[in-house]
Design a protein around this ligand. Sequence first.
Ligand code: PBG
Length: 327
Amino acid sequence: MYFPAYRPRRLRRTKTIRDLVSETRLSADEFIYPMFAAPGKGVREEVPSMPGIYKQSIDNIVREAREAGALGVKSVLLFGIPEHKDETGSEGYADDGIIQKTIRELRKKTPDLLVVTDVCMCEYTSHGHCGIIRGGDVDNDETLEYLAKMAVSHAEAGADIIAPSDMMDGRVGVIREALDDAGFEKVPIMSYSAKYASGFYGPFRDAAESPPRFGDRRSYQMDPPNVREALREIALDIEEGADIVMVKPALSYLDVISAAREEFDHPLAAYNVSGEYSMVKAAGRLGWIDEKLVMMEILTSIKRAGADIIITYHAKEAAEVLRGRGK
Ligand code: PBG
């Protein structure tokens, strides 16, 4: 027989050929950059476990959001670190809360930026759980009212997309109804539909100062071994009116992203979470991996698995690489 008629290496010969036949392409358009808003002025404090990521006051959030925009990253996801925490996380839905003030300022100073807000109580509660505590556990139905209030207050401040991350049952429906009743029927919901109880959130909890003071989040976040359950969660959120659904974390859950892509037509987001970022940064600093190469490979794998939208702390750096300036 004639020696291989088909030689796969022909299409790998030069970068131009490889680019021509590339099956997966990344673009900064699909990145969302998470940011942490803190009280004060002139504050810019690096998160020790997340090099390059800062807790910062509103003036600096605006500055960095502009910088991200200039690199082609058009969307941010905001988290708030409140001045004061209490049992019901009241700063989370206060009109003059840290997030509400940040949204207003971004609206004014960066009108083209897409502002997505995380709706969850854990950053605002003194016990660090994602809802109201009754009898040692988070009370689902009581929490829903608070989440709805928080979502409406974000929309009132000018949020473009509301992203509930609490994992209470029924929250998408309740938030949708509250938004509609308040006249925000045009504001989409991006639901953290399949959010797992993950060790990869560790660095985020340092940043947001939100580790639970007792117990863990396993009574509301999903159990890592389950994938069929993730599809049920996503189906429920879609029924309740979610516009975009999400799988979180991304890297250990690529199979979940892929299964969700197969089953649903809705836009699908994946959250490349804090621990995934920190591992790349740490190994990069030690000189054990080529950080940029690994970053792009990870983001490509998330896209290849089926995500349309990638929420990532690497957004700015990856956008630079995509523009050919980062490397
Ligand atoms: C709030 C929330 C968390 C993250 C996003 N929203 C933390 C948690 O559930 O403990 C994690 C993000 C990350 O690790 O980058 N509930």
